[in-house]
Structures are given as structure tokens and as C-alpha cells.
Design a protein around this ligand. Structure first.
Ligand code: AR6
Length: 231
């Protein structure tokens, strides 16, 4: 498996935290000494077909820029498999830049099961959304709307009807949502990234000058929304 010692120990630490939590505060997933944590998927690199090398540079740049501004908050890039190319690229580039691995790390698992299956406590998750902010469509968007139940669609409509590429919107999750009660997630931040897939709306047809700018804006907007949620 493609697991570095640092991610292994981070994972162990998370599991330990998870165990403590289960013993000491069953039912409540948030305790006062928790560092605010945002888990986010790699925006645009699957269904939207954005180049992984370019995306990984942008993720690491934006993480580095925002970690300083976010106090003790943690950022976690999540993907489903150990073979994830974007996770390995980001891990490698983050290490090269000596980014603090306690404040930024990668995690393999389902973003809708971070606590229940991964023992990782995150209070906010990001979604790689579509412009209509609608459920379904596959990928992480379908998974998050399904796991959150109808409450997320209702709560999303109260915040926004649509998104422009490069923008993000934070949605407070009603306590009736299983993502709240089971996983301890209080907000979902929808992010619309640049699209390079000709089968999807607003395709940029390989214009990576615009694409990179839009992806940078998307992460800026995501991390700003996270900052205002946890402030
Ligand atoms: N947990 C963690 N990561 C996941 C999960 C999951 N359950 N599911 C997918 N990923 P994508 P995009 C990873 O395609 O490229 C949707 O249909 C995946 O491996 O979800 O921005 C929307 O409605 C990849 O690394 O988003 C939009 O129309 C990352 O999440 C469109 O796709 C993003 O992959 C957005 O395309």
C-alpha cells in the first residue's frame, strides 16, 4: 500500500481519538478541545476531468496560503482509494513544501463516513457540486446528498439556488440529518469547480489558463467559507 509513516501515524492518532470519544462522550461527536476540521474532496478531478498535476499544485498552494489564516483548524483532503493519484501527488508536494502534517493531511475513505468508519472527526465537509446544487449526478455529490437525506436539499435551497464556477456556499446541516447525528458534521460547503468534460455544462475545452484561475478561486472560496463557519 502507498502509505507513508506520517499518514500511518496520523491515522492511528485519529483512531485513538475516535476510541476516546466513543468511551467518554458517546452520542456527542464534538468536544471543546476539538480542532475545527474541514474534510474536502479534490474538486473537478474526476467527473469534471481536470488535470491532476495542475490540480495538485493548486491544492497545495491554497492549503499553504490558508493554514496560516485558520488558527488551529485542520484541513483534510479525502479520496476513496489508496490508489488515488491526486492524493499521492498532493502528499508528495505538501511534504516538499514542509506543510505541517498535523494541520494538513490526506485521508482514504468515504467522506460521508469519516467518523463512523474512519474514526476521523470533521465538523465541516466540502462537496464537489453541480451548478444547480442538485442531488445525484454521481461522484461525491450523489454520495453526500444521499447520506445527508432530504434535509440537505431543503437547507441548500435556503442558502442558494445555483453556483457559478469558482464559488462556494456553506449550508448548515439540520440536526435531523444522519450526517449530523452519526458523523458530527455541522456544515456542508458546496463548491463548483471548473469543468473540462464536454458532456457537462460550462465546459472550458482545455483552457487551463481560465481553468486554473477558476480552480484557485474555488479553493479560496471554500477555505473562506470554512473560516467564517468556524470563526
Ligand atoms: N468520498 C470521498 N471522495 C469521493 C467520494 C466519496 N464518497 N466520491 C467521489 N470522491 P467528482 P468533480 C472523490 O467526480 O470532478 C458530480 O456528478 C473522487 O474520487 O465527485 O468535481 C456533480 O454533480 C474525486 O477525487 O467531482 C458534478 O456535476 C473527487 O471526489 C460533477 O460530478 C471529486 O470527484 C463534479 O465533478
Amino acid at each position: 500500500e502507498n502509505v507513508t509513516p506520517s499518514t500511518q501515524s496520523a491515522a492511528k492518532e485519529e483512531l485513538k481519538e475516535g476510541e476516546d470519544l466513543a468511551v467518554h462522550s458517546a452520542g456527542s461527536h464534538v468536544s471543546s478541545n476539538d480542532a475545527p476540521t474541514l474534510a474536502f474532496p479534490s474538486i473537478s478531478t474526476s467527473d469534471f476531468q481536470f488535470n491532476h498535476e495542475k490540480a495538485s499544485d493548486i491544492i497545495v498552494d491554497k492549503v499553504q496560503e490558508f493554514l496560516n489564516k485558520l488558527g488551529n483548524a485542520r484541513l483534510v483532503l479525502v479520496d476513496l482509494s489508496h490508489g488515488s493519484k491526486i492524493l499521492s501527488l498532493v502528499k508528495e508536494k505538501a511534504a516538499q513544501k514542509h506543510i505541517n502534517s498535523k494541520k494538513f493531511f490526506t485521508h482514504v475513505g468515504d467522506i460521508t463516513r469519516l467518523y463512523s468508519e474512519g474514526g476521523l472527526r470533521c465538523n465541516v465537509i466540502a462537496n464537489a457540486a453541480n451548478w444547480r446544487l442538485k442531488p445525484g449526478g454521481g461522484g461525491v455529490n450523489a454520495a453526500i446528498f444521499k447520506a445527508a437525506g432530504p434535509a440537505l436539499e431543503v437547507a441548500t435551497k435556503e442558502q442558494a439556488q445555483m453556483l457559478h464556477p469558482g464559488n462556494a456556499v456553506a449550508v448548515p446541516l439540520p440536526s435531523t440529518s444522519p450526517l449530523f447525528s452519526r458523523e458530527g458534521i455541522t456544515h456542508v460547503i458546496h463548491v463548483l469547480g471548473p469543468n473540462m468534460n464536454p458532456q457537462r455544462p460550462n465546459c472550458l475545452h482545455n483552457d487551463y489558463i481560465t481553468g486554473c484561475e477558476v480552480l484557485r478561486n474555488a479553493y479560496t472560496s471554500l477555505f473562506q467559507e470554512f473560516a467564517s463557519v468556524v470563526k
